[in-house]
Design a protein around this ligand. Structure first.
Ligand code: SF4
Length: 592
């Protein structure tokens, strides 16, 4: 990337008209008015050009609207930063050492967009050309183009190996044997989910014997251990690692091996709820219950998982498996009573932690009581065990859960969390099939972390999920938690992914919604621009968004939420370091 373009001098040359008006203003308030006027003029001029390409017109309008919003005083207040002052200073050559290259990169692309320039397509090999013939000939030409386009998509999707690939299966078989030998256990032990939990690897020394660790990984695991942070990897999940610490192996490791800065931050903050990013404490009307929506409640009888995902939004309250993760039947019964007293609740999401970590009898007992509430017509179970502990999905457990399915009266569904195609193994296929063959639908929630965000990586996952019988349901923007900075992806990348990659998949594969989870308020659908605005670009190049909640047109006084994103330039540089061609991501700047 040519960073010489991202300097005050280069920016001023890029759009002299903009800076001439900016410089003419006597003060920042005058600049706000003058530039807003200029932006309206630019839009008007563009819309009056009859021969202007529709895409170019849309680009000009989009960027003008975004800049106009950033120039408002209200935006300054909400973002605690004044874009107008920054532009004023740049226009008048006032020194602004606080403004980074990433800030100027954002300004560069905005000003380029305002002139109708800037990339309109990123990937050279994914495109359709204009067809100026008609009828069958046009249809044949179009079909040829679609063949070419999909062939390119197939090539890109094929970059991401699944765990069903024969070589992956063999590699993992060998790792499994090595692990069993090291911990002196048998193949039968391996199939026993309780053995897997009891042998979850928690000691740094033992982990080192079973997989190769870098120096940083070693220190982070040791520090996590010394601070008692929940940490543990099932032998099964450990067998999914490759020891290459590249590509797909990183995607697996990043799930469970904490980065050093994460451990340091969490250790410094725990134990308290300042890590409670979603504000769950403020949305829990009763012990074990969270409620954010009219018809749904979350019910959390078990507060741990067979292994903890590093970026878990509940990392502030999740316990280790060996502590008091089970809430106890008294508390559970009281929570069920609370649900019964609220007949508006028609759907109960039993999650945690991972409720399938509990024994069959307890699960049956809880499901019987929840299913007995006449107003509950759907029970969902949130579980990652098909991925971390697929042997937990025994035929008995699937039978127990299936009993509560009553077509026409009550639905029971599984919500799982597969992050990467490489997590899809023959064991996972068997586990999912146990549910599906008993009429239980399975949905997936993907957390869009850096480690799954390459071009077509999520598309490959969606395609493979459908082949296994899992419906993609949500793709979550990674939470803006400071301690998980390394996992974060700019929101514009997720929107780009949905529009440029997911859009190329058949409808039944792209069934998921991209969402930003607004603390205390719940999901904001990222496909709708009217549910968010960009307020500013901070000196480090981060965009500040304002999100409206789902209750926008219903509440007397609906709240909004301001969120600081991660800088696009930093994200692209990281991709480049990891071997990606960042030209392939060029349009990212224009997803607002
Ligand atoms: S499986 Fe879900 S609840 Fe458990 S650690 Fe992972 S993200 Fe958190």
């Amino acid at each position: 990337m040519d960073e010489t373009l991202f300097t005050p001098q280069a920016i001023k040359k890029l759009n002299p008209r903009f800076f001439k008006v900016a410089q003419a203003g006597s003060d920042v308030n005058q600049l706000r008015k003058d530039l807003a006027g200029l932006l309206f003029t630019i839009e008007l001029e563009a819309s009056q050009q009859d021969d202007l390409d529709a895409d170019i017109l849309a680009r000009i309008r989009d960027t003008a609207q975004v800049i106009r919003n950033m120039l408002k005083k209200r935006s300054d207040e909400l973002a605690s930063f004044s874009m107008s002052t920054a532009i004023y200073d740049i226009a008048n050559d006032n020194p602004r050492p606080d403004l980074s290259v990433a800030f100027f990169a954002e300004l560069h692309y905005l000003l380029l967009g305002l002139t109708g320039q800037g990339s309109r397509k990123s990937m050279d090999d994914i495109h359709l050309s204009a067809i100026d013939i008609e009828g069958r000939k046009a249809a044949i030409r179009r079909s040829q183009q679609l063949d070419e386009l999909r062939s390119e998509v197939d090539i890109k999707i094929a970059r991401f190996t699944t765990g069903l690939d024969k070589r992956s299966v063999n590699r993992r078989q060998k790792r499994r044997n090595d692990i069993l030998k090291t911990i002196n256990s048998s193949q039968d032990d391996w199939q026993d989910w309780r053995w897997q939990i009891n042998n979850a690897v928690k000691e740094p020394e033992q982990l080192q014997k079973l997989t190769r660790l870098s120096r940083k990984e070693k220190s982070a695991v040791k520090l996590a251990k010394s601070h008692n942070l929940p940490f543990g990897i099932t032998p099964y999940y450990l067998s999914l690692m490759d020891d290459t610490r590249k590509g797909r192996d990183i995607s697996i490791r990043a799930q469970v091996l904490p980065p050093l800065n994460y451990v340091e931050k969490v250790a410094a903050t725990k134990p308290n709820s300042t890590l409670d990013f979603m504000g769950e404490e403020d949305t829990s009307p009763f012990d074990l219950i969270t409620r954010r929506y009219p018809a749904i409640c979350i019910f959390k009888p078990y507060n741990s998982c067979p292994q903890i995902c590093i970026y878990c939004q509940r990392n502030w309250e999740i316990d280790s498996l060996d502590s008091n993760a089970f809430a106890g039947m008294d508390k559970i019964n009281a929570a069920i009573e609370w649900i019964k007293e609220h007949p508006t609740i028609h759907e109960v999401l039993i999650t945690g932690g991972d409720p399938l970590t509990m024994g069959d009898h307890t699960i049956a007992d809880i499901l019987t009581k929840v299913a007995a509430i006449p107003t509950v017509d759907r029970i969902r179970i949130g579980t990652r065990t098909p991925v971390t502990l697929p042997m937990r999905i025994t035929a008995d457990l699937a039978d127990i859960i299936a009993q509560f399915r009553e077509p026409g009266k009550r639905e029971i569904a599984i919500n799982t969390h597969v992050q990467h195609s490489y997590e899809i193994t023959p064991e996972l296929v068997r586990a999912i099939d146990r549910f599906r063959s008993r009429g239980i639908p399975v949905y997936n929630q993907l957390v869009y972390t850096y480690y799954v965000s390459k071009r077509f990586e999520a598309s490959a996952l969606r395609r493979n999920l459908r082949l296994v019988g899992i419906d993609p349901y949500y793709t979550f923007n990674t939470k803006g938690k400071e301690e998980t900075l390394q996992y974060r992806v700019p929101i514009s990348r997720l929107i780009q992914e949905q529009q440029e990659e997911s859009r190329l998949l058949p409808g039944l594969e792209r069934t998921d919604e991209a969402v930003f989870n607004v603390p205390r308020l719940g999901k904001n659908y990222l496909k709708s621009r009217e549910h968010r605005d960009i307020l500013s670009i901070l000196p480090n190049g981060s965009r500040v968004f304002e999100f409206y909640s789902w209750e926008k047109n219903m509440a007397e006084h609906s709240h909004t939420y301001s969120s600081v994103d991660v800088p696009i330039l930093d994200y692209l540089k990281r991709l480049e370091e990891d071997g990606e061609n960042i030209q392939d991501y060029d349009t990212i700047w224009y997803y607002f």
